[in-house]
Write a protein that binds this ligand. Structure first.
Ligand SMILES: [Zn+2]
Length: 253
């Protein structure tokens, strides 16, 4: 699968009502050191590898009627800018997942720094936020890189429980994993997997909510701020909004 600019969507309750709740984090810690693989409170489901063509649908309680389209291009494409803003306004927390989805353990801290800069610039342009959460692609990380990420203000987030959607699990398997949710679970899913968006999530989330599983954003489940900075307004497109000259998927750092 082609994975281009990668941003981490950290899902909350699938509803609009949570937007205000998630933007009043004043009492939260700024970050946690080290690599986090479980929630310290409540339960979170996360979606990697966006923004993708299913994102709008995912946010709209995952009703993706007829979602289909072209391969994902650049984060600055109009469609992706709109998808990101829609997710943000709907109460999702948006984190960094590198610029071109490379394995950060194959590069240096300088390489990683460049990737962080690219994502930070894009999110500042598009949303007016500086992310505070980072998920390494493939979960690949080491102590030096995690320490570097912490020094850049990031809480580094893995997962406790993989829905296995990106490695070919059946819908029934992924649904079974999610239906066993309990406090502390930090689920990994992918918004690029059509069946996740169109079947697994709508089939499972209402039932989890009904039996009292408290689904929150990852920042909430870890007790940290979702963003390092919030400007409070979106940027306006100009000539700098381009992916030209930046690392493409599979093209180095
Ligand atoms: Zn990924």
């Amino acid at each position: 699968m082609v994975r281009s600019v990668a941003l981490l969507l950290l899902i909350t309750k699938l509803g609009v009502a949570s937007f205000l709740e998630t933007t009043t984090p004043a009492r939260q810690a700024s970050q946690i050191q080290g690599y986090q693989t479980a929630c310290t409170q409540n339960t979170a489901v996360t979606f990697d590898d966006g923004p993708y063509i299913y994102e709008q649908a995912l946010v709209n309680t995952i009703v993706a009627a007829g979602a289909k389209g072209t391969l994902f291009g650049c984060i600055y494409d109009d469609q992706n800018v709109q998808a990101l803003r829609h997710a943000y306004e709907s109460g999702f927390t948006i984190g960094s997942h590198t610029w071109n989805h490379y394995n950060i353990t194959l590069g240096t801290t300088d390489n990683l720094g460049h990737q962080l800069d690219l994502v930070e610039t894009a999110l500042w342009n598009i949303l007016g936020v500086k992310p505070a959460l980072f998920r390494p692609p493939y979960g690949a990380q080491n102590a030096e890189l995690v320490s570097y990420l912490n020094s850049r203000g990031y809480t580094v987030v893995g997962w406790s429980t993989d829905t296995q959607d990106s490695v070919g699990a059946t819908v029934a398997t992924s649904e079974g994993i999610l239906n066993a949710a309990t406090a502390g679970n930090l689920f990994l899913a992918h918004e690029t997997i059509q069946t996740t968006v169109q079947q697994v999530i709508p089939d499972t989330i209402p039932g989890l909510v009904a039996r009292g599983v408290n689904l929150v954003t990852v920042d909430q489940c870890l007790g940290v701020n979702p963003y390092q900075a919030v400007r409070g307004s979106y940027g306006e497109r100009d000539a700098s909004w381009t992916c030209q000259g930046t690392p493409a998927p599979g093209q180095g750092f």
